[in-house]
Ligand binder design. Sequence first.
Ligand code: TYM
Length: 334
Amino acid sequence: MENTEKKKIILSAMQPSGEPTLGNYLGALKNWVALQDDYNCLFCAADLHTITVRQEPKVLRERSINVLKLFMAVGIDPEKSVLFLQSHVHQHAELSWVLSCNTQMGELSRMTQFKDKSQKHADNINAGLFTYPVLMAADILLYKADLVPVGHDQLQHLEIARDIAGRFNHFYGDTFTLPEPYIQKSGSRIMSLSTPENKMSKSDPNPNGFISLLDPTDTIIKKFKRAVTDSDSEVRYSPDKPGISNLLDIYSAVTGKTIAEAEKEFSGFGYGDFKLAVGEAVASMLKPIQEKYNDLGKNPDYVKEVYTNGASFASRLADRTLSKVYKKVGFVAK
Ligand code: TYM
């Protein structure tokens, strides 16, 4: 990252909790790539967040590296942006503690993700799951991020991060920048192909619900062919057609065409042809990403160098904020 003080700062992250999906790409990664020339960007694999749900340690380690490879494969340039693993920068966990002492139980209990995940993992409703948004606030506030490009599902977390920052600034004096969410209209809410009322998720146990960014072309086409639609036959965007609307959203985000243009293009087409066209558009978009990803797999030393350098850069920035915070709250200087 160049030290161009005038550029604003971006931080965003992704959990290495499963196979990253088309939703992750269209809602987040694609925008990260587009913004990296105009902002000073930091992107991390949020491995600390991932253990809020029980993980197989070996798999978590592999997925954490794979997420960073994917960041690079989609076009994030380590010469321009800082890439790292969250657990390599200890200041995240430390700031999270201070912020948790400035966050109310009531505001955390309103988080829809906590409610959803406690239902899904009823046997492991741990304290980390509850304080998850505080750690996410720490990720963002440590770097004084101005902008946080995310999908729509993260909006509530961004709002609480702003609230925590505002409250801290109020009690201790101006310390944190209030981050703005960056959520594009197109692609910010990609839904499951099998249950289009639910978000497409990398932790979906049904692989037909999501497109993994690493799915081969024939799997992608097969999954789109199976996508749930409705008994009608008109390719039209409408709340009573969640399956078709989702496919139109995907097509629009992938091709850059508007929904109206896409509806026009497929008017008179059957659902089968439409689904095939969406599948082909997605597969051809993902092909070069997959090739680059595979190439990076042959070069683990390079990948390690990127995340090692990234962590040491991030750590220096994070330390400045953390020292300031420690001083403000009244900890004795070393
Ligand atoms: P995660 O790992 O679930 O998702 C990573 C990014 O992908 C977006 N996304 C989607 N966008 C559109 N449609 C979908 N179906 C879809 N599914 C996921 C997410 O909105 C996100 O932008 N808590 C975060 C990770 C995190 C973070 C942060 C993000 C940790 N610290 C600091 C921003 C800033 C999460 O679980 O994202």
